[in-house]
Design a protein around this ligand. Sequence first.
Ligand SMILES: C=C(OP(=O)(O)O)C(=O)O
Length: 574
Amino acid sequence: MITCIGAAPGVAIGRAFVLPTWEWDVPDQKMDVVDLTREFERLTEGIHTSRCEIEDMKKEVKEMVGPEESSIFDAHLAILEDPVFMSEIKGIIERQYKAAEVAVKEAIDHFVTMFDLLDDEYMKERATDIKDVGNRLLKHLLGAPEIKLPSDTQPYILVAKELSPSQLVHLNPQHVLGIVTLIGGKTSHSAIMSRAMGIPLVAGLEGKREEAFQTGELLVIDGDEGVLFIDPDEETQRVYADKQRKLQRKKEQLQLLAEVDAVTRDGEHLTLAANISSLRELETSLKHGAQGVGLFRTEFLYMDRSEFPSEDEQFDVYRRIAQRASGQPVVIRTLDIGGDKQLDYFALPEEDNPFLGYRAIRISLDRPDLFLTQLRAILRASAFGDVRVLYPMISSVDEVLQAKELLKRAMGQLGDRGEAYNADIPVGIMIEVPAAAAIADLLAEEVDFFSIGTNDLVQYVLAVDRMNEQIAHMYHPYHPAVLRMLRMTVNAARDRGIEVSVCGELAGDERAIPIWLELGVSKLSMSPQSLLRVKHRVLNTSAAEARDTGRQCFRLGRSGEIERLLSAYVTPVR
Ligand SMILES: C=C(OP(=O)(O)O)C(=O)O
């Protein structure tokens, strides 16, 4: 047995297919005849073809896996445009008279060595991205063929030194039982995609096996435990086949809960809704028994295009979602760009602190033309279902009043056009900025509901960037400061009699159920993949007991203690 990193859960048993390394042999030679113009032209053409391929893969992943995973390819496109990477390549051509492919190879080696030397998992993963993009560029410059995966064989476990997201896109989950990579870890882009595609993955095998992996050898991998067996004996095969069957059965049992209400053992009802970014995700959510859409992240409608979506385009999507939700609530959040979410055609200013900068409602209020277009589209959809509007990143009463004023103006415009809409559309705000939690009592006077966005709330309360892997260990959703903010918000909503729900990642963490019960939050909105797991936990929970645990959490002073107490209370189900 080899212990490694379990990067995507699940068990796989099958024969190995070893993927040849995607690295080209490039002889280090100077140009025969110095023709800089020709080399630059070849380089430009290679970049263009690579960009087109990456854009196609991005579209494919968006369709197949989801918009968030597809944004992985933005990092790849950014590398092709990176001025430092490109000037390194051009400098080698210009000053050393080397052919474009030699220059690209040297630039890849230079940056990969530099990033690998840093003792930082995140930077090492970025080295993988550079290799992936650089090798794609090299492939075009050398006219080399694409490495193809077998598609007509028995299903196999794919073994690769490392696997790039662009290689993963072309995997057929019907053929690939599992993945083994020598390098990489839990945070790699491949791991994120494997998890979303439901393919078990173990990583970090480099140096743990002396001889090379061979195509055809029998492997067992367990992506939960992070273990790999090579040519396992019969007993091991039996044990893991058994585990695999149990996991499959668990999945099937959970699926049976889709139509069951989320009620605790002692009769308390919770509403479990879904966070979605597309119609495709709504379908998955409905299959998993979602009670409506608690958060529709509309920014994904604005991505992968060259201009802002028109009112009609937006209306078409919102209407279809409202209709498909068949009368269940659909909460549509207005545009939340800025921070880590950028639009190619909307040049946001370079900022020192983009998460504290020009983003979300701040942009909407600054650009009423864009905001009114979106509000009209949402309002028109409200004639087709229980549509509600949600404003992101609210930090003051003034912002709410301005947004409400613009909503009224949008209603007036639709009225002039004779369009139907719900004049009483419920209006809510995200509580994700500490200021909003602190003045929740004032904000509650102005709106119909609160939706607590714990992802951003945790980042802002703790001053811990949610995207920065180096400080990821400090990102504590169970920090007492976060719990206090939650309490303030929920109390304010209760005193004013408005609805409060939670839509951050914490809503999908079954360990948090005692916190919600203690606070009196009865509506949770989460990723479609979490719905059945959380429901299963709710069904096995005694609200009275859980509330007791929740109460104890509020008395503890350290995140670790709180997390331990909650973890001991539940045994997570997958
Ligand atoms: C749901 C949230 O918003 P985002 O889309 O930024 O994750 C949140 O911040 O909790």
